[in-house]
Design a protein around this ligand. Structure first.
Ligand code: HEM
Length: 417
């Protein structure tokens, strides 16, 4: 195997390996393929991280029992600190930073995950099916007989935001504010964030926290059958969730669950429209919708990478790793590893893509995966059903977000005929 340090000087590194670079944003896979075959544990000196691109290595990193996700345990100047939520911590505007679940190690992680799982469980998600159908139907009604639409603005963005607000018992809250706050908070994970981003982040945190604090107080006075009431109830049982923990969980569910699901629906629709034979297959056999969503998650996954830090020297496959290193596990590269998926750059809804790593793996595996799957299946199915002819708008090209790690479209103009 070529040692990472032998190639680092001549390879794209740092920001060039993120969606800030137009070529990488457009198609990262030529780069990932080259890394996977030549330097599967690539030392990215510009960012001071090790980038892993093989499926087996990425899965092993995610499932490793002793790797940390907690940026507070990382060195001051480490890449882990630069990306993993420290922007979010800085942006909060209060000193009592409560890291999101995804950045907590055990035992704190186990405790909070088990408490939130009681409220956010498969039954509560199944119960959302009728609601998601209703939200989708009303958004499609609003499109009516328009000839041109923006698929993101008109369907993919509002649906997941409204679904989570409904789950929280906040149906009438200002949906567009929650969407804008969620986007602003995601930019806190940008390694290149600047002072303006930081200010927006702070405002978003203050806005969202105030709204959730108010909702918690209202639920305490008048409990209902919603997620926030369930978390408040969990607070009253033996092992308590503190107010700050509930606010942090609500913020995380809103942020983690809404832009990502928008991106899944948007990326999925784009994949169908750029592969007309797959679109035709799904139209002819709509029972393939569930498998199609798994393939969308594999082919163009909304979260492209995540980070872990070994606390002692170790080894991942053939790659030695050291205590304090930031390991970047590329979910997008793993999902296109030919050792795992045959002909990986082909989008084929009839393949079995269920082993993809789009929702991660191990103890931090996505808590909201069943909700995201349900929303994507309903949105895409109902959209195809309602509109018999859909194409990309030839006059307005789609545009992708230039934010690292969160891959999706800011605009996806379509023509409906
Ligand atoms: C297509 C949409 C989604 C994608 C692609 C996605 C992806 C992911 C990934 C990759 C992780 C693991 C990160 C890591 O290991 O470092 C994760 C964790 C998480 N996701 Fe999602 N997610 C989606 C939707 C949702 C939804 C709808 C919710 C909730 C409303 C949600 C809540 C969470 C939470 C709470 C965690 C942290 C779990 C833990 O640390 O134990 N996600 N997600």
């Amino acid at each position: 195997m070529v040692k990472a340090k032998d190639v680092s000087d001549t390879w794209a590194q740092g920001v060039e390996l993120t969606s800030r670079s137009p070529a990488f944003r457009d198609d990262p896979h030529p780069c990932y393929d080259r890394l996977r075959t030549t330097a599967p544990c690539f030392e990215d000196r510009a960012y001071g991280r090790v980038l892993l691109t093989r499926y087996d290595d990425v899965r092993a990193v995610l499932r490793h029992k002793r790797f940390s996700v907690d940026a507070r345990r990382a060195g001051e100047t480490s890449y882990m600190r630069r990306v993993a939520g420290t922007g979010v911590a800085e942006g909060r505007g209060d000193s009592a930073y409560e890291p999101p679940l995804v950045l907590l190690d055990d035992p704190a992680h186990r405790r909070i995950r088990s408490l939130v799982s009681r409220a956010f469980n498969p039954r509560s998600i199944e119960a959302m099916e009728t609601r998601i159908e209703a939200i989708t139907a009303s958004l499609l009604d609003a499109i009516g007989d328009a000839i041109t639409i923006d698929f993101i603005v008109d369907l993919a963005a509002p649906l997941p935001t409204q679904a989570i607000l409904d789950m929280m018992g906040m149906s009438d809250a200002p949906r567009d504010d929650f969407k804008a706050w969620s986007e602003a908070i995601l930019w806190g994970y940008d390694p290149e964030r600047d002072a303006r981003t930081q200010t927006r982040l702070r405002e978003a945190f203050l806005g969202m926290s105030a709204a959730f604090r108010e909702a918690i107080e209202a639920r305490r006075r008048d409990p209902g059958d919603d997620l926030i009431s369930a978390m408040v109830r969990a607070q009253e049982e033996e092992d308590r969730l503190g107010d700050l923990e509930i606010i942090s969980l609500c913020t995380q569910l809103m942020v983690a669950g809404n832009v990502t699901t928008t991106d899944l629906i948007g990326n999925g629709m784009h994949a169908l429209l750029t592969h007309p034979e797959q679109l035709a297959l799904l139209r002819a056999e709509p029972q393939r919708a569930e498998a199609a969503v798994e393939e969308m998650l594999r082919y163009d996954c909304p979260i492209t990478e995540t980070a872990r830090m070994p606390l002692e020297d170790d080894r991942i496959g053939a790659c030695p790793v050291h205590a304090g290193d930031t390991l970047t596990a590329s979910l997008a590269a793993a999902n296109h590893d030919p050792e795992q998926f045959q002909d990986p750059h082909a989008f084929r809804i009839d393949r079995d893509a269920r082993e993809h790593l789009g929702f991660g793996s191990g103890i931090h595996v996505c808590l909201g995966a069943p909700l995201a799957r349900l929303e994507a299946r309903i949105a895409i199915h109902r959209f195809l059903e309602r509109f018999p002819r859909i194409e990309l708008d030839p006059e307005r090209p789609p545009e992708r977000r230039a934010l690292p790690f969160f891959r999706g479209f800011t605009t996806l103009p379509l023509r409906l005929r």
